[in-house]
Design a protein around this ligand. Sequence first.
Ligand SMILES: NC(=O)c1ccc[n+]([C@@H]2O[C@H](COP(=O)([O-])OP(=O)(O)OC[C@H]3O[C@@H](n4cnc5c(N)ncnc54)[C@H](O)[C@@H]3O)[C@@H](O)[C@H]2O)c1
Length: 318
Amino acid sequence: MKVLITGGAGFIGSATAKALMDRGDTPILIDNFNDYYDPAIKEDRVKIFLKDYKKQLKLYRGDIRDRKFLDRVFTQERPEKVIHLAAMAGVRNSLKDPALYADVNVMGTIALLDMSVKYRVKNFLYASSSSVYGNNTKLPFSETDNVDTPISPYAATKKATELLAHVYSHIHQLPTTGLRFFTVYGPWGRPDMALFDFTRAIFAGETIKVYNRGKMTRNFTYIDDIVSGILTCLDKNLACTVMNIGGDKEEKLTRFIAVIEEHVGKKAKKKLMPIQPGDVPSTVADIRRLRKLGWKPTTRIEKGIENFVAWYREYYKI
Ligand SMILES: NC(=O)c1ccc[n+]([C@@H]2O[C@H](COP(=O)([O-])OP(=O)(O)OC[C@H]3O[C@@H](n4cnc5c(N)ncnc54)[C@H](O)[C@@H]3O)[C@@H](O)[C@H]2O)c1
Protein backbone atom coordinates (compact mmCIF):
# COMPACT_ATOMS: atom_id res chain seq x y z
CA MET A 1 0.00 0.00 0.00
CA LYS A 2 1.29 3.48 -0.89
CA VAL A 3 0.82 5.93 1.96
CA LEU A 4 1.62 9.63 1.69
CA ILE A 5 3.08 11.05 4.91
CA THR A 6 3.28 14.82 5.16
CA GLY A 7 5.84 16.01 7.69
CA GLY A 8 7.68 12.78 6.89
CA ALA A 9 11.04 14.03 8.17
CA GLY A 10 9.43 15.05 11.45
CA PHE A 11 9.50 13.19 14.75
CA ILE A 12 6.23 11.28 14.36
CA GLY A 13 6.34 11.15 10.54
CA SER A 14 9.73 9.44 10.32
CA ALA A 15 8.80 6.86 12.99
CA THR A 16 5.54 6.14 11.15
CA ALA A 17 7.39 5.75 7.85
CA LYS A 18 9.72 3.20 9.43
CA ALA A 19 6.83 1.17 10.87
CA LEU A 20 5.02 1.16 7.51
CA MET A 21 8.13 -0.13 5.72
CA ASP A 22 8.66 -2.77 8.40
CA ARG A 23 5.27 -4.22 7.53
CA GLY A 24 5.81 -3.99 3.77
CA ASP A 25 3.97 -0.77 2.90
CA THR A 26 5.47 2.07 0.85
CA PRO A 27 5.53 5.51 2.44
CA ILE A 28 5.92 8.61 0.29
CA LEU A 29 7.31 11.45 2.39
CA ILE A 30 6.72 15.17 1.95
CA ASP A 31 8.62 17.69 4.05
CA ASN A 32 9.92 21.23 3.63
CA PHE A 33 12.65 20.87 6.30
CA ASN A 34 11.80 24.25 7.79
CA ASP A 35 13.92 25.74 10.54
CA TYR A 36 11.35 25.93 13.38
CA TYR A 37 13.91 23.66 15.05
CA ASP A 38 17.32 22.61 13.76
CA PRO A 39 16.67 21.03 10.33
CA ALA A 40 19.85 18.94 10.72
CA ILE A 41 17.91 16.53 12.92
CA LYS A 42 15.23 16.23 10.22
CA GLU A 43 17.95 15.42 7.66
CA ASP A 44 19.46 12.89 10.07
CA ARG A 45 16.13 11.17 10.63
CA VAL A 46 16.07 10.45 6.90
CA LYS A 47 19.81 9.78 6.55
CA ILE A 48 20.53 7.86 9.78
CA PHE A 49 17.26 6.69 11.37
CA LEU A 50 15.86 5.48 8.03
CA LYS A 51 19.20 4.45 6.49
CA ASP A 52 18.28 0.78 6.07
CA TYR A 53 15.25 1.69 3.97
CA LYS A 54 16.89 3.83 1.28
CA LYS A 55 15.61 1.73 -1.61
CA GLN A 56 11.97 1.79 -0.47
CA LEU A 57 11.85 5.39 0.63
CA LYS A 58 10.60 8.23 -1.55
CA LEU A 59 11.05 11.76 -0.31
CA TYR A 60 9.67 14.92 -1.90
CA ARG A 61 11.01 18.22 -0.62
CA GLY A 62 8.32 20.87 -0.82
CA ASP A 63 5.62 22.82 0.92
CA ILE A 64 2.12 21.49 1.57
CA ARG A 65 0.73 24.93 0.69
CA ASP A 66 2.12 24.60 -2.84
CA ARG A 67 -0.73 23.03 -4.80
CA LYS A 68 1.30 22.53 -7.99
CA PHE A 69 3.85 20.60 -6.00
CA LEU A 70 1.13 18.49 -4.34
CA ASP A 71 -0.54 17.80 -7.68
CA ARG A 72 2.77 16.55 -9.05
CA VAL A 73 3.31 14.23 -6.08
CA PHE A 74 -0.24 12.86 -6.19
CA THR A 75 -0.10 12.34 -9.99
CA GLN A 76 3.22 10.53 -9.78
CA GLU A 77 2.53 8.44 -6.71
CA ARG A 78 -1.26 7.92 -6.53
CA PRO A 79 -1.20 7.24 -2.76
CA GLU A 80 -4.01 5.06 -1.44
CA LYS A 81 -4.02 6.73 1.95
CA VAL A 82 -2.71 9.93 3.53
CA ILE A 83 -1.22 10.55 6.98
CA HIS A 84 -1.10 14.33 7.28
CA LEU A 85 1.33 15.34 10.03
CA ALA A 86 3.04 18.42 8.54
CA ALA A 87 2.30 21.46 10.65
CA MET A 88 3.78 24.30 12.56
CA ALA A 89 3.87 22.60 15.96
CA GLY A 90 4.48 24.20 19.34
CA VAL A 91 1.93 25.98 21.49
CA ARG A 92 4.23 28.71 22.79
CA ASN A 93 5.74 29.63 19.43
CA SER A 94 2.28 30.00 17.91
CA LEU A 95 1.68 33.09 20.04
CA LYS A 96 4.55 34.81 18.20
CA ASP A 97 3.28 34.18 14.66
CA PRO A 98 -0.39 33.17 14.59
CA ALA A 99 -0.72 33.99 10.87
CA LEU A 100 2.00 31.48 9.92
CA TYR A 101 0.29 28.81 12.03
CA ALA A 102 -3.04 29.49 10.33
CA ASP A 103 -1.43 29.45 6.90
CA VAL A 104 0.43 26.15 7.28
CA ASN A 105 -1.97 24.29 9.54
CA VAL A 106 -5.26 25.42 8.02
CA MET A 107 -4.52 26.33 4.38
CA GLY A 108 -2.04 23.47 4.08
CA THR A 109 -4.65 21.03 5.37
CA ILE A 110 -7.27 22.33 2.92
CA ALA A 111 -4.83 21.79 0.06
CA LEU A 112 -4.29 18.18 1.16
CA LEU A 113 -7.99 17.54 1.66
CA ASP A 114 -8.65 18.86 -1.88
CA MET A 115 -5.94 16.59 -3.33
CA SER A 116 -7.27 13.63 -1.37
CA VAL A 117 -10.74 14.12 -2.85
CA LYS A 118 -9.37 14.72 -6.37
CA TYR A 119 -7.19 11.59 -6.29
CA ARG A 120 -9.78 9.45 -4.46
CA VAL A 121 -7.76 8.72 -1.36
CA LYS A 122 -9.31 5.91 0.72
CA ASN A 123 -8.43 7.21 4.17
CA PHE A 124 -7.21 10.60 5.42
CA LEU A 125 -5.55 10.60 8.84
CA TYR A 126 -4.42 13.90 10.29
CA ALA A 127 -2.71 15.21 13.41
CA SER A 128 -4.81 17.08 15.89
CA SER A 129 -3.69 17.72 19.45
CA SER A 130 -4.64 17.45 23.11
CA SER A 131 -4.32 21.25 23.13
CA VAL A 132 -7.82 21.49 21.62
CA TYR A 133 -9.15 20.80 25.15
CA GLY A 134 -7.81 24.18 26.28
CA ASN A 135 -8.51 24.88 29.94
CA ASN A 136 -11.27 22.27 30.24
CA THR A 137 -11.42 21.20 33.87
CA LYS A 138 -13.22 17.88 33.44
CA LEU A 139 -10.60 15.15 33.42
CA PRO A 140 -9.84 12.89 31.67
CA PHE A 141 -10.40 14.67 28.36
CA SER A 142 -12.91 12.81 26.23
CA GLU A 143 -13.62 13.13 22.52
CA THR A 144 -17.22 13.98 23.37
CA ASP A 145 -16.21 17.03 25.46
CA ASN A 146 -16.81 20.50 24.13
CA VAL A 147 -13.62 21.90 22.57
CA ASP A 148 -14.84 25.34 21.57
CA THR A 149 -12.47 27.26 23.84
CA PRO A 150 -8.85 26.78 22.71
CA ILE A 151 -6.29 29.02 24.43
CA SER A 152 -3.53 29.28 21.84
CA PRO A 153 -3.42 30.00 18.09
CA TYR A 154 -1.90 26.53 17.62
CA ALA A 155 -4.85 24.86 19.36
CA ALA A 156 -7.31 26.93 17.33
CA THR A 157 -5.69 25.77 14.07
CA LYS A 158 -5.94 22.13 15.19
CA LYS A 159 -9.61 22.56 16.03
CA ALA A 160 -10.10 24.22 12.62
CA THR A 161 -8.46 21.19 11.02
CA GLU A 162 -10.98 18.90 12.71
CA LEU A 163 -13.87 21.05 11.48
CA LEU A 164 -12.55 21.02 7.92
CA ALA A 165 -12.06 17.26 7.97
CA HIS A 166 -15.69 16.92 9.04
CA VAL A 167 -16.79 19.07 6.09
CA TYR A 168 -14.83 16.98 3.57
CA SER A 169 -16.13 13.73 5.06
CA HIS A 170 -19.68 15.04 4.86
CA ILE A 171 -19.56 16.59 1.40
CA HIS A 172 -17.17 14.20 -0.35
CA GLN A 173 -17.51 11.01 1.74
CA LEU A 174 -13.76 11.16 2.42
CA PRO A 175 -13.01 8.93 5.44
CA THR A 176 -11.13 11.08 7.97
CA THR A 177 -9.64 10.38 11.39
CA GLY A 178 -8.16 13.14 13.52
CA LEU A 179 -5.60 11.98 16.06
CA ARG A 180 -5.39 14.07 19.19
CA PHE A 181 -1.82 13.37 20.28
CA PHE A 182 -0.92 13.79 23.96
CA THR A 183 2.71 14.93 24.59
CA VAL A 184 4.69 12.54 22.44
CA TYR A 185 8.27 11.68 23.43
CA GLY A 186 11.03 9.25 22.54
CA PRO A 187 14.21 8.84 20.48
CA TRP A 188 14.57 11.26 17.54
CA GLY A 189 12.13 13.58 19.34
CA ARG A 190 11.71 17.31 18.96
CA PRO A 191 14.37 19.64 20.40
CA ASP A 192 11.70 22.22 21.35
CA MET A 193 9.93 19.79 23.69
CA ALA A 194 10.54 19.38 27.43
CA LEU A 195 12.28 15.99 27.45
CA PHE A 196 14.85 17.05 24.86
CA ASP A 197 15.42 20.43 26.42
CA PHE A 198 15.70 19.11 29.99
CA THR A 199 18.09 16.33 28.96
CA ARG A 200 20.32 18.76 27.07
CA ALA A 201 20.35 21.24 29.96
CA ILE A 202 21.03 18.61 32.64
CA PHE A 203 23.96 17.19 30.67
CA ALA A 204 25.29 20.75 30.19
CA GLY A 205 24.83 21.66 33.86
CA GLU A 206 22.41 24.45 32.89
CA THR A 207 19.33 25.46 34.85
CA ILE A 208 15.98 24.11 33.62
CA LYS A 209 12.81 26.20 33.78
CA VAL A 210 10.01 24.30 35.51
CA TYR A 211 6.73 25.92 34.55
CA ASN A 212 3.71 26.22 36.84
CA ARG A 213 6.27 25.50 39.59
CA GLY A 214 6.18 21.84 38.57
CA LYS A 215 2.45 21.48 39.18
CA MET A 216 1.78 20.00 35.76
CA THR A 217 0.54 16.58 34.81
CA ARG A 218 0.65 14.93 31.42
CA ASN A 219 -0.24 11.66 29.76
CA PHE A 220 3.20 11.36 28.17
CA THR A 221 2.94 9.07 25.17
CA TYR A 222 5.84 7.04 23.86
CA ILE A 223 6.52 7.30 20.14
CA ASP A 224 6.03 3.55 19.49
CA ASP A 225 2.57 3.72 21.07
CA ILE A 226 1.71 6.71 18.88
CA VAL A 227 2.83 4.86 15.78
CA SER A 228 0.82 1.74 16.63
CA GLY A 229 -2.23 3.97 17.18
CA ILE A 230 -1.71 5.63 13.80
CA LEU A 231 -1.47 2.25 12.06
CA THR A 232 -4.57 0.99 13.87
CA CYS A 233 -6.58 3.93 12.53
CA LEU A 234 -4.96 3.79 9.10
CA ASP A 235 -6.24 0.25 8.61
CA LYS A 236 -9.81 0.96 9.70
CA ASN A 237 -10.94 3.66 7.20
CA LEU A 238 -13.40 5.13 9.72
CA ALA A 239 -15.99 7.46 8.19
CA CYS A 240 -15.28 10.59 10.24
CA THR A 241 -13.96 10.64 13.76
CA VAL A 242 -11.43 12.06 16.20
CA MET A 243 -9.38 9.91 18.58
CA ASN A 244 -7.37 10.64 21.68
CA ILE A 245 -3.98 8.93 21.66
CA GLY A 246 -2.35 9.18 25.04
CA GLY A 247 -0.44 7.15 27.59
CA ASP A 248 -2.56 5.47 30.25
CA LYS A 249 -0.84 6.97 33.29
CA GLU A 250 -1.12 10.54 34.50
CA GLU A 251 2.44 11.59 35.32
CA LYS A 252 3.59 14.55 37.35
CA LEU A 253 6.17 16.78 35.68
CA THR A 254 8.33 16.45 38.81
CA ARG A 255 8.40 12.65 38.42
CA PHE A 256 9.21 13.03 34.72
CA ILE A 257 12.22 15.20 35.63
CA ALA A 258 13.34 12.74 38.33
CA VAL A 259 13.43 9.91 35.78
CA ILE A 260 15.51 12.05 33.39
CA GLU A 261 17.95 12.84 36.23
CA GLU A 262 18.25 9.15 37.00
CA HIS A 263 19.20 8.22 33.44
CA VAL A 264 21.44 11.22 32.81
CA GLY A 265 23.09 10.50 36.16
CA LYS A 266 22.96 14.10 37.38
CA LYS A 267 20.59 16.29 39.39
CA ALA A 268 18.86 19.12 37.55
CA LYS A 269 19.29 22.74 38.61
CA LYS A 270 15.70 23.96 38.65
CA LYS A 271 14.16 27.40 38.36
CA LEU A 272 10.47 27.38 39.29
CA MET A 273 8.42 29.54 36.93
CA PRO A 274 4.75 30.56 36.56
CA ILE A 275 2.64 28.86 33.90
CA GLN A 276 3.24 30.17 30.39
CA PRO A 277 0.49 31.84 28.35
CA GLY A 278 -1.24 29.24 26.16
CA ASP A 279 -0.04 26.31 28.28
CA VAL A 280 -2.42 24.08 30.23
CA PRO A 281 -1.69 22.55 33.67
CA SER A 282 -3.09 19.08 32.94
CA THR A 283 -3.72 16.97 29.89
CA VAL A 284 -5.13 13.55 30.68
CA ALA A 285 -6.60 11.38 27.95
CA ASP A 286 -9.69 9.23 27.96
CA ILE A 287 -8.46 6.56 25.53
CA ARG A 288 -11.42 4.20 25.54
CA ARG A 289 -12.40 5.03 21.94
CA LEU A 290 -9.06 3.93 20.51
CA ARG A 291 -8.81 1.00 22.92
CA LYS A 292 -12.05 -0.32 21.41
CA LEU A 293 -10.19 -0.68 18.10
CA GLY A 294 -7.69 -2.98 19.82
CA TRP A 295 -4.96 -0.42 20.60
CA LYS A 296 -3.27 -0.02 23.95
CA PRO A 297 -0.25 1.96 25.11
CA THR A 298 2.55 -0.23 26.44
CA THR A 299 5.54 1.97 27.32
CA ARG A 300 5.83 3.76 30.67
CA ILE A 301 8.07 6.79 31.18
CA GLU A 302 10.73 4.78 33.05
CA LYS A 303 11.49 2.74 29.92
CA GLY A 304 10.66 5.48 27.41
CA ILE A 305 12.99 8.02 29.02
CA GLU A 306 15.72 5.39 29.34
CA ASN A 307 15.45 4.80 25.57
CA PHE A 308 15.49 8.53 24.89
CA VAL A 309 18.55 9.25 27.00
CA ALA A 310 20.40 6.27 25.46
CA TRP A 311 19.59 7.63 21.99
CA TYR A 312 20.64 11.18 23.04
CA ARG A 313 24.02 9.94 24.29
CA GLU A 314 24.66 8.10 21.04
CA TYR A 315 23.44 10.90 18.74
CA TYR A 316 25.45 13.61 20.49
CA LYS A 317 28.35 11.27 21.28
CA ILE A 318 28.26 11.95 25.03
N1 LIG B 1 4.89 15.73 19.24
C1 LIG B 1 3.80 15.98 19.97
O1 LIG B 1 3.81 15.84 21.22
C2 LIG B 1 2.52 16.41 19.32
C3 LIG B 1 1.40 16.61 20.13
C4 LIG B 1 0.22 17.01 19.54
C5 LIG B 1 0.14 17.16 18.17
N2 LIG B 1 1.24 16.97 17.39
C6 LIG B 1 1.09 17.15 15.93
O2 LIG B 1 1.61 16.02 15.27
C7 LIG B 1 2.19 16.39 14.03
C8 LIG B 1 3.63 15.89 13.94
O3 LIG B 1 4.35 16.44 15.04
P1 LIG B 1 5.88 16.18 15.30
O4 LIG B 1 6.08 16.18 16.76
O5 LIG B 1 6.35 15.03 14.47
O6 LIG B 1 6.47 17.56 14.73
P2 LIG B 1 7.69 17.84 13.76
O7 LIG B 1 7.84 19.33 13.73
O8 LIG B 1 8.87 17.03 14.13
O9 LIG B 1 7.13 17.34 12.37
C9 LIG B 1 6.41 18.14 11.47
C10 LIG B 1 7.15 18.14 10.15
O10 LIG B 1 6.36 18.89 9.23
C11 LIG B 1 7.23 19.63 8.41
N3 LIG B 1 6.50 20.79 7.88
C12 LIG B 1 6.07 21.86 8.60
N4 LIG B 1 5.47 22.75 7.79
C13 LIG B 1 5.51 22.21 6.53
C14 LIG B 1 5.05 22.65 5.28
N5 LIG B 1 4.46 23.85 5.13
N6 LIG B 1 5.23 21.87 4.20
C15 LIG B 1 5.87 20.66 4.32
N7 LIG B 1 6.33 20.20 5.51
C16 LIG B 1 6.16 20.97 6.59
C17 LIG B 1 8.38 20.02 9.31
O11 LIG B 1 9.56 20.33 8.59
C18 LIG B 1 8.51 18.81 10.21
O12 LIG B 1 9.52 17.93 9.74
C19 LIG B 1 2.06 17.91 13.94
O13 LIG B 1 0.90 18.21 13.20
C20 LIG B 1 1.87 18.33 15.38
O14 LIG B 1 1.16 19.53 15.48
C21 LIG B 1 2.43 16.58 17.93
